[in-house]
Write a protein of this length. Structure first.
Length: 305
């Protein structure tokens, strides 16, 4: 049975296609898809902090539904360059944090198919091109935004980025104190989650700053170690990205965003894994990692040995 709700005034579709799951709710009215995160424990922190998203039909490139034995998954594909969050994260969001995926229980497969069909039909009827766009069609995270993770805190108020360091920051980087970077000086932003044995980072590309400095020592970067709040740094990245010139402004095609995935190193080296275990032990002894964080990180490395 298809789930429907009474449409709001001004919505052109008298019958809304809606699917409600523990993972979240997707409601399509013919003009836009409204995405609301669920309260299930498997819903990632980034999705919960983003809150409700309204994705206009013109920002959509397609939708798919994949059935599994016990559960399925709806996946939304946005046009390249439409969303500053996807532009900033470049396909590196894990499933739990990706707002454009929805876990579907097996008894709602029919509803998921119906929602997919309604979105596809609307794209066809409106003649929406799946190609890149030349401006952002979603506004990005609300401002101001501030996140503490890894070796510092990054905040953005729409005009400047503020970086503050904590006691875990490398002395060479922390010695200069907090850093304020005007938006006009920023040429780009990078968000890279920790993956395998590699730490992640949030880095601001600043005009005139030297390139290639490791995030651990870069005063324009926050180093990330793969813990709970790391994905939230993508909020800061997306908020800045939304206010930078659109990638198409350079006169080139908008770069295609890779499929969203969790990146993993190509292979594991036994010595590297052992060295990583020693580093984790040192971080735990120094108080950088809590008991819980150390246990989770250690288990992840041991599984790869």
């Amino acid at each position: 049975m298809v789930e429907t709700t009474v449409p709001q005034i001004g919505w052109k579709n008298p019958r809304m296609a809606e699917i409600i799951q523990k993972d979240g709710t997707w409601a399509f009215d013919g003009d836009a898809l409204r995405i609301t995160p669920g309260r299930d424990k498997n819903v990632g922190l980034l999705r919960r902090e983003l809150g409700e998203l309204v994705v206009p039909l013109g920002a959509l490139a397609g939708i798919s539904f994949e059935q599994g034995r016990k559960s399925g998954r709806l996946r939304l594909r946005l046009r390249d360059g439409a969303d500053p969050l996807l532009q900033a994260t470049a396909g590196r969001l894990a499933e739990a944090h990706d707002p454009y995926q929805l876990a579907v229980e097996s008894d709602r497969y029919g509803v998921a198919e119906y929602v997919s069909d309604e979105v596809r039909n609307a794209l066809l009827l409106d003649g929406v091109s799946p190609g890149p766009v030349t401006e952002y069609l979603l506004p990005g995270p609300s401002l101001p935004v501030s996140v503490s993770a890894g070796d510092g805190t990054a905040g953005f108020d729409g005009e400047r980025v503020r970086l503050e360091w904590n006691w875990k920051t490398e002395d060479a980087k922390a010695s200069a104190g907090p850093r304020t970077i005007p938006l006009a000086d920023i040429t780009g932003v990078e968000w890279q989650p920790a993956a395998g044995l590699e730490n992640g980072h949030l880095r601001f590309l600043v005009r005139g700053a030297p390139a290639g400095v490791p995030p651990k020592y870069d005063p324009n970067a926050v180093e990330l170690w793969g813990f709970k709040k790391d994905p939230l740094m993508a909020l800061v990245a997306a908020a800045v990205q939304a206010r930078l010139p659109h990638p198409s402004a350079a006169g080139t095609d908008v770069p295609e965003i890779p499929s969203q995935r969790v990146t993993e190193p190509a292979g594991d080296d036994h010595d590297v894994l052992l060295r990583r275990l020693r580093e984790l032990g040192e971080l735990h002894r120094d108080g950088v990692l809590t008991d819980e964080e150390f246990t989770l990180a250690k288990q992840a490395v041991l599984k790869r040995l």
